[in-house]
Design a protein around this ligand. Structure first.
Ligand code: HEC
Length: 216
């Protein structure tokens, strides 16, 4: 590379020197962004996913931010009086939904057919801590939904039934129950075990291996 010297020659050398630096800088930026692009491609390639099997899929509840430990509140914390009655009523409604709300359930399911043991089992779509997560933006609905709306989505889709009036005593009772389950969780804080466990890259079926195992 030319070094800035003295006199006319030096001045020309000085110019060429700067030009060289600029060219090198542009080239380096080009290489730099190329490398970034490569890095981005490699993180989104299926290979890198195979290397990280526990990586949660986008849009799942299993993000990387710190979560609170899963803890079901003690039953003794259900208050006396009308609120306690609503919580208990909600618990009955979610576990005997088909019988209690036949006009709103189009199959034989109860909420607890999917939300196991009254919504108290981690990774089985529990309701512990869920009350404080709503309102929440739901990409599927394309809008921000309240807990009542989210429950009605399950009535309409999962239960093949009809939505409850959000102001009805039944919806109030279900919300009271879910809110009681969430009583120890500050609003907006996510608890471990929300949603269902996502199985990443399940093993591929292998007929030969299956035959061997079957024969054993
Ligand atoms: C056929 C299975 C099924 C039934 C029955 C069902 N749900 Fe759901 N529910 C789901 C699934 C699946 C999700 C989504 C879980 C996830 O986000 O990973 C869900 C999500 C929810 C959520 C949001 C949970 C969260 O973490 O954001 C609530 C609240 C809820 N259901 C309430 C109910 C109530 C109340 C009933 C009964 C009226 C009910 N569900 C019946 C399958 C069901």
């Amino acid at each position: 590379m030319h070094r800035p010297g003295s006199g006319r020659e030096g001045e020309a050398g000085f110019r060429i020197g700067w030009l060289g630096i600029i060219v090198v800088a542009i080239a380096a930026t080009g290489i730099g962004s190329g490398a970034t692009l490569l890095a981005m491609q490699s993180t989104s390639s299926p290979n890198s996913k195979e290397k990280a099997p526990i990586q949660p899929p986008a849009g799942s509840h299993q993000g990387s931010q710190s979560k609170l430990p899963f803890k079901v509140p003690d039953r003794s914390t259900i208050p006396d009086g009308p609120l306690g009655e609503a919580i208990r009523r909600g618990e009955v409604l979610v576990s005997r939904t088909a019988e209690e709300l036949p006009d709103h359930v189009g199959n034989d399911l109860h909420c607890t057919s999917c939300h196991l043991r009254g919504g108290t089992v981690p990774n089985a779509a529990p309701w512990v801590g869920v009350a404080g997560m709503f309102p929440e933006y739901r990409a599927r609905a394309g809008r921000v939904v309240t807990l009542e709306h989210r429950i009605n989505e399950c009535f309409e889709r999962s239960m093949n039934g009809k939505a409850l009036d959000p102001d009805s005593p039944e919806m109030t009772a279900i919300v009271a129950y879910i809110t009681w389950l969430s009583r120890d969780v500050p609003g907006g804080k996510e608890v471990e075990g929300r949603g269902f466990l996502k199985i990443q890259n399940p093993p591929k079926p292998n007929r030969e291996r299956g035959k061997q195992i079957y024969a054993q």
